[in-house]
Ligand binder design. Structure first.
Ligand code: R5P
Length: 317
């Protein structure tokens, strides 16, 4: 196969560098990520990619320019005669809006995926989509869907004091939570049934806990932390029902309202991955947050795609 080249967009330089470091200190392919005077996105690949196997890593949290940057980089690689272009999207922005759950709302996830497809990349590599079915919108583009569990499960196994239970923050999260329970040697999960109003906001006093948490430590498992509102309301409800220590894991940590919103002593520890970059300084003086890198997962996946090997070993069974 042709040479493997790794490019990183503005949101994922940390992952690009880490992935390259794990590949015998490979160098990131140089790209210019700039803005025109009116702030339009201005990118250029600064090295030859002709006939090469190109992987473009970029997460897509707001601003929407991250989406444009990724599409433009992929398109630049395509029109520069790359042999194959793979989009590596650690966090796919807008993927929570994946169905028409209220009248007159768009299916934003599909639109974002359609925009990505416009670049005419050959494949996509995704991590922990909110809903498994969303990946199908990438069709007919070949896509692989990986999970944060690969990067954290050993750590969680060491971390959680017995007796503990795994909890799903809502009915939609049960399948994911059940997987973690299984990896951690538990047969079942606790479910926090809740009412959401408007765009995902929850009614705190309407959380119904299905399962027994009294005297147990609890691990809440979610795909993402945005404002933190869901986790905080859940942790309070769990404490009211007699839970002991509360831990949380989410693959994608937006922390859109900062760490200050998490009341001190509510969580013993929050575990996240680095699909979204945060300066270490934001964690200081707040609830303990441990960041596990998904770079080893991405590096293995990229190498396996490059050499035509299966990715199954990267998905915990
Ligand atoms: C919702 O279905 C998601 O899985 C998360 O629970 C939610 O998006 C987290 O958002 P926030 O942190 O703002 O409550």
């Amino acid at each position: 196969m042709n040479n493997l080249l790794v490019l990183a967009g503005s949101e994922s330089k940390h992952l690009g560098l880490a992935v390259c470091g794990l590949m015998n200190q490979k160098k990131l392919t140089k790209v210019r990520l700039a803005r025109f005077s009116d702030n339009e996105v201005d990118v250029q690949i600064e090295e030859n990619v002709r006939d090469e196997d190109v992987f473009i890593i970029n997460s897509l949290p707001p601003p929407a320019e991250n989406i444009l940057e990724t599409v433009f980089l992929a398109n630049a690689a395509r029109y520069s005669s790359a042999k194959r272009v793979t989009l590596v999207i650690p966090y796919l922005g807008y993927n929570r809006q994946e169905r028409k759950d209220r009248p007159r709302v768009p299916i934003s996830a599909k639109i974002v995926i359609d925009m990505l497809k416009l670049a005419r990349a050959d494949r996509a590599l995704l991590v922990d989509l909110h809903a498994e079915a969303t990946a199908a919108h990438f069709e007919p583009m070949v896509h692989d869907h990986l999970y944060g569990s690969y990067s954290v499960i050993d750590y969680l196994r060491e971390l959680l004091p017995k007796p503990f239970v795994v909890a799903a923050p809502d009915a939609g999260a049960v399948v994911r939570a059940r997987k973690y329970a299984q990896y951690l040697g538990l047969a079942d999960v606790v479910v926090l049934n809740k009412e959401r109003v408007g765009a995902g906001k929850i009614k705190e006093n309407k959380i119904k806990i299905i399962g027994n948490v009294r005297g147990k430590n609890v691990l809440l498992v979610d795909d993402m932390i945005d404002s933190g509102g869901t986790l905080i309301a859940d942790a309070k409800a769990l404490k009211e029902k007699g839970a002991r220590k509360i831990y949380a894991f989410a693959t994608h940590a937006l922390f859109s309202k900062g760490l200050g919103v998490f009341p001190k002593d509510l969580f013993t520890e929050i575990v996240v991955t680095d699909t979204i970059y945060h300066d270490k300084a934001i964690f200081e003086g707040h609830t303990r947050v441990t960041v596990k890198s998904i770079a080893p997962l991405l590096a293995r996946a990229i190498e396996n795609i490059h050499t035509g090997e299966s990715l199954s070993e990267l998905i915990l069974g």
